[in-house]
Design a protein around this ligand. Sequence first.
Ligand code: NAD
Length: 271
Amino acid sequence: MESPHRPGPLLGGRFAVVTGGAAGIGGAIVAAFAAHGAEVLAVDRDEGALAPLAGGAIRTLALDVTADGAAARVLEACGDEAPDVLVNNVGHFLLPPTPFAAGDPAGWEAIEAVNLTHVLRMTRALLPAMVAAGRGGSIVNLTTVEAFRGIPGHAVYAACKAAVTQFGRSLALEVGRHGIRVNAIAPDVVETPQLPYSDWVPEQERWRWRTWAPLARHGTADDVAGAALFLASPLGAFVTGTTVHVDGGTLAAGGWYPRHGGGWTNRPLDP
Ligand SMILES: NC(=O)c1ccc[n+]([C@@H]2O[C@H](COP(=O)([O-])OP(=O)(O)OC[C@H]3O[C@@H](n4cnc5c(N)ncnc54)[C@H](O)[C@@H]3O)[C@@H](O)[C@H]2O)c1
């Protein structure tokens, strides 16, 4: 029997919008999509980081996705072309770990804006054009491992990311009949400008990854881009309303840690 999975670009003739597309995970997704034949609109507030990306299959739009009217400007930048793929990638802790009871509601609003509200606004702005185009499509939202376990000092961030995950599940039910799939990616320990693990873990301490993550290393933005490519392309054709965990196994491990000398422990001290 012949397989429908053929070699060749996975996103030929497709148009994708990627927010936070200038660097980190978003930057790797833009590069992966373009390498697989997509036209990409990379949206980011960092004009300097966006500039070198423009050209060929990649267009850029410098704006802050949390600003009033940002989603309408992205729709306008799409022109007559309805997106086939939307990646809502922007997200940030914003604040250092702060006990919830000491938090300032103004800070919560900023966290909501950068982790949740723009995802709703961007999706609301682009979805009608995706539906009207009648070609189906894929929406990929970046959530986090902390939508599936806790994180001390970042309760509001975790709540917003859990909301993004649940928003996607419900939206998937609404738009499935249009051939539009909605999924999330939940990364952990992925090296990016926001989380520079190579700086945090100096060379002589890197053996410790073996005692921290089941896959014994930090992740790369390209690891996440691979999952985004799967979800955006026909490879993920029957996948909707779910989350791909790109975390080297940290969620699966829960409170279990590989021991340096072999075996596992869930105890502060082994007897
Ligand atoms: N790196 C990880 O291990 C990790 C873990 C869990 C979740 N995530 C999630 O993955 C996504 C990407 O994370 P990252 O580590 O690549 O982030 P990053 O901060 O390294 O890069 C984010 C990109 O988005 C842009 N950006 C930030 N705020 C913006 C705004 N308001 N408007 C437009 N552009 C904006 C930045 O300029 C940058 O180019 C985020 O949603 C994050 O919460 C990442």
